[in-house]
Design a binder for this molecule. Structure first.
Ligand code: B12
Length: 222
């Protein structure tokens, strides 16, 4: 796939951050997916969390794609088709609890098709019930708990260098049949140090300008 390809058949926004000639062995292909409750469940809200994770990973040279099944109104079959064409080393799935069935189905079907793919879940649902998710879905290799910018970068660093994951704060995983959770990661204090979200990875024509303006900064809380 060309590094410049923004949109491919199926109206999907594939965008590689790094020209393939610059991809070295220490960097990986990562595809981040915002899952959907149902493919007819459409929103005009940008997947802000994944856009931040994408930027952080690209800053370290990883090749990152982003697919939002809600914004693209995409079925599971179509989304998996794109996973197969992008063929990431790491697939990251994200969603709220009402979207968890989609995250789980994607993890199960992706692992069945591409067993070598590392699958990571993040976002509100996985953060809230990591043990339940990992036990219910053994296809999930890791869960990122809470903020993902630093955790995903460190996780990729460990993965690409074959180093142990238990050194990464803010992760959960199963090992020897048991649930493991590493120490909680501190909140990012200096929000100005966080790279700007990857707006170039989302199809702007599908995003509402009013919701984008109202919900596109870090530091929100409820
Ligand atoms: C802004 C917001 C909204 C906005 C915009 C939502 C949107 N879709 O963008 C509005 C007001 C529209 C909204 C609506 C709803 N919301 Co809301 N919302 C929030 C809020 C306050 C902030 C979310 C946000 O933008 N965070 C900032 C971004 C940068 O962070 P993030 O998305 O969490 O992503 C970070 C990490 O989670 C992680 N991460 C995320 N995914 C992944 C994936 C991987 C692979 C990795 C490594 C890391 C990773 O890294 C990211 C960067 O640090 C949260 C509460 C909170 N404090 O988080 C609730 C929250 C997400 N909302 C919630 C709910 C329930 C809803 C509604 C269902 C409410 C309703 N009944 O209608 C709707 C659903 C709307 C929809 N169809 O999508 C719940 C979800 C609970 C759950 N268990 O899933 C939350 C957690 C509030 C709560 N405490 O209950 N919401």
């Amino acid at each position: 796939m060309s590094a410049e390809s923004v949109r491919t058949a199926g109206d999907f926004c594939y965008h590689s951050g790094v020209p393939s000639s610059r991809v070295e062995s220490a960097v990986s292909k990562v595809l981040l997916v915002q899952n959907a409750y149902h493919y007819q469940h459409h929103t005009h809200l940008q997947p802000l969390g994944l856009m931040y994770v994408a930027s952080a990973l690209r800053q370290k040279g990883h090749e990152v794609g982003l697919l939002d099944m809600k914004v693209e109104q995409m079925s599971m079959d179509a989304a998996l088709d794109h996973v197969g064409r992008f063929r990431p080393d790491v697939l990251g799935v994200s969603g709220m609890s009402f979207e968890s069935a989609s995250m789980y189905e994607m993890a199960k079907r992706a692992k069945a098709s591409w067993p070598e793919m590392t699958i990571v879940a993040g976002g509100p649902h996985a953060t809230n019930v990591p043990e339940d998710a990992l036990k219910q879905v053994p296809e999930l290799d890791y869960i990122c708990l809470g903020e993902g910018e630093q955790t995903s970068v460190e996780m990729m660093d460990q993965l690409t260098n074959g180093r142990p994951m238990d050194k990464v704060n803010g992760l959960a995983f199963m090992a020897d049949g048991r649930f493991h959770q590493t120490p909680a990661r501190d909140f990012i204090e200096d929000l100005d140090a966080v790279p700007f979200p990857a707006w170039d990875l989302v199809p702007l024509k599908n995003i509402s300008s009013s919701t984008a303006a109202a919900s596109s900064t870090l530091g929100r809380n409820s």
